[in-house]
Write a new protein. Structure first.
Length: 224
C-alpha cells in the first residue's frame, strides 16, 4: 500500500475512532467542548501530515510505524502498553463527565485550555520540522545525527513537552476536572520513556552525550 493510501485510510478512520471515545460516553452529540477539541487535533493532524507528505515523506513513514509491538527496546514495549491502556480510559472519562455533570468548568478555563492544546500541537509540529528522525519508536537509524537547533536548543525532548502540554490541558479543554488525574498519569510514563530513550541515544548516537552537556534540560525549560 502506498504512503498516500495509508494516509487517506488514517484520516478516514481517525474521526470514527476519536469520536467513539468522546460522544457515546457523553450520550449526546451536543458536546461542544468535544467538537472543538476534536477539530483542533484533527485539523492539526491533517495539516501536519499534509505538509510533511510534500516536504518530508520519510518522516511520515517513521511516524506511521506506531504501536508497542514496533518497539525494539523491551522497556519501551512495557511503557507503551500501559500508556495506550491509560490513554483509552482517560479519553472515555470526559464524555461520562459531560453526561453526568460531575464537573463545572468555567468557559474561560475551557477556552484557555483549548488554546494550550493547540500550542502543544504547534510545538510538536516545530519538533517534526526540526528533526526528520523524530520517529514514533525508539531507535537510531543510519545517517541519524544530533539535532541541537530549534526547540532542541531549549530542551532535549521538545516533542514530549508538546505531548505533555496537550495531555494536561485536554481534559480541561473537554470541560472535565474529573479526568485530569487520569491524564496526568500519562506524564510519568513519558518521563520513563524519555529517560530510557536517552540511555539508548547516549550509547548509539554519536555526539549525543556532548549535546546533553550544552542543552541541560530534558523536558521542562529551567526546571528539568
Amino acid at each position: 500500500m502506498t504512503l498516500k493510501s495509508r494516509l487517506i485510510l488514517r484520516f478516514v478512520f481517525m474521526p470514527v475512532v476519536s469520536g467513539s471515545f468522546l460522544f457515546p460516553p457523553a450520550g449526546s452529540f451536543r458536546f461542544w467542548q468535544g467538537w472543538v477539541c476534536f477539530a483542533i487535533t484533527f485539523a492539526f493532524a491533517v495539516s501536519a501530515f499534509g505538509y510533511f507528505y510534500k516536504h518530508d515523506p520519510q518522516l511520515i513513514e517513521r511516524r506511521l510505524k506506531r504501536g508497542w509491538r514496533q518497539e525494539t527496546v523491551r522497556e519501551q514495549r512495557l511503557i507503551m502498553k500501559f500508556f495506550y491502556l491509560i490513554y483509552v480510559i482517560a479519553f472515555i472519562l470526559p464524555g461520562l463527565d459531560h453526561r453526568f455533570g460531575w464537573s463545572h468548568t468555567p468557559l474561560w478555563l475551557t477556552v484557555v485550555a483549548q488554546a494550550c492544546v493547540l500550542g502543544g500541537c504547534l510545538l510538536i509540529f516545530w519538533t517534526f520540522k526540526s528533526n526528520s528522525f523524530a520517529a514514533s519508536t525508539i531507535r537510531v537509524e543510519s545517517g541519524q545525527r544530533v539535532i541541537s537547533t530549534g526547540p532542541y536548543g531549549v530542551v532535549r525532548h521538545p516533542m514530549y513537552l508538546g505531548a505533555a502540554i496537550w495531555l494536561l490541558f485536554t481534559p480541561l479543554a473537554l470541560g472535565s476536572y474529573f479526568a485530569l488525574p487520569v491524564f496526568a498519569l500519562l506524564i510519568p510514563l513519558i518521563v520513563f520513556r524519555l529517560l530510557n530513550e536517552e540511555t539508548v541515544l547516549r550509547q548509539e548516537l554519536p555526539g549525543y552525550s556532548e549535546y546533553c552537556l550544552h542543552t541541560r534540560f530534558r523536558l521542562v525549560p529551567c526546571l528539568w
